[in-house]
Design a protein around this ligand. Structure first.
Ligand code: ADP
Length: 295
């Protein structure tokens, strides 16, 4: 029998916010992982992207921290700036009826603005390891009150070479805390971090027999390099999607495809690492439900 959010033990102000977000019933990972976390347990969660992991840690953090107490009380580490902003955005929506304050800190963001927000006091900080470590070193982010430590997409943080910084950050956080690790895979380095820094964690694995989401129909077209743009144009013309994401393997290709689409009258934007952060956030903001200021 499918459980409701209420049956998972979630408090009314958060239930209301989840409902406002359009969440009618918990996803599988939410059903399995929220109750043990509300019970104070450390947890390793293996699930792929898009399964609803943000609420898995967001709900218990909001429910189990006192927004009036000196903070920050929760620290969430993410591999990318975009993910930090997205998680922070979701947490703010979940905290709609609560006084908790949440902020994101990440590379290329104005550090003076971040200092000011941190100085005013926040309950939850989400950030990339480099910037979080900078704030800890400068004394602008105090970790002594942290009760929740979350490593989101830990395997990607490992791949991107952030693990040393993550370890140094963990050392500054009090041991009396809940530690949650989210990772699609658990390579040996992540296993070690979990063993050394978590208290008897259970592992919840959300079965993913295939690497794909069943609700997505997949097609492929065999075309020569020369015909790619025209084929894309024809597919878009036929399918007429309301919105769509196109992935390319190189930054130059992203720019080339974007120019091609713009020249053909599509309202399109490019996203890649050479594009300034402010512009990237503007593009993201324009493309989905999101209201953070692109500062
Ligand atoms: P993950 O962190 O696993 O990649 P997210 O937490 O970002 O996934 O959730 C993926 C998407 O699904 C988001 O757009 C989120 O708003 C939505 N979502 C999450 N949980 C639910 C739910 N219970 N019902 C409906 N939509 C949900």
């Amino acid at each position: 029998m499918q459980k409701s959010f209420k049956e998972l033990g979630i408090a009314p102000p958060i239930l209301q916010a989840l409902q406002d977000m359009g969440f009618e019933a918990p996803t599988e990972v939410q059903t399995q992982a929220i109750p043990p976390i509300l019970n104070g347990e450390d947890l390793i969660v293996m699930a792929k992207t898009g399964t609803g992991k943000t609420a898995v840690f967001g709900v218990p953090i909001l429910q189990m921290t006192d927004p009036e107490a000196p903070g920050p009380l929760a620290l969430i580490l993410t591999p990318t700036r975009e993910l930090a902003v997205q998680v922070d955005n979701d947490l703010r929506l979940m905290a709609k009826y609560l006084p908790h304050k949440s902020t994101a800190v990440y590379g290329q963001h104005n550090i003076r603005v971040e200092d000011e927000v941190l100085k005013q006091g926040v309950t939850i900080v989400t950030g990339t390891p480099g910037r979080v470590f900078d704030h800890i070193s400068h004394g602008t982010l105090k970790t002594k009150h942290i009760r929740f430590l979350v490593l989101d997409e830990a395997d990607r943080m490992l791949d991107m070479g952030f693990m040393d910084q993550v370890r140094r950050i963990i050392k500054t956080v009090p041991k009396n805390r809940t530690t949650l690790v989210f990772s699609a895979t658990i390579p040996p380095d992540i296993q070690r971090v979990c063993r050394e820094n978590m208290k008897h964690p259970d592992t919840i694995e959300i079965e993913s027999p295939t690497m794909t989401v069943d609700t997505i129909q997949q097609l492929y077209y065999r075309v020569s390099e020369r015909e790619k743009n025209e084929t894309l144009h024809r597919i878009l013309w036929l399918e007429r999607p309301e919105s769509c994401m196109i992935f390319c393997n190189m930054r130059v290709t992203v720019d080339r495809v974007q120019r091609f689409l713009s020249n053909h009258g599509y309202d399109s934007q490019a996203l890649h690492g050479d594009i300034p952060q402010v512009k990237r956030l503007k593009t993201l903001k324009a493309s989905f439900r999101c209201w953070w200021p692109p500062t």
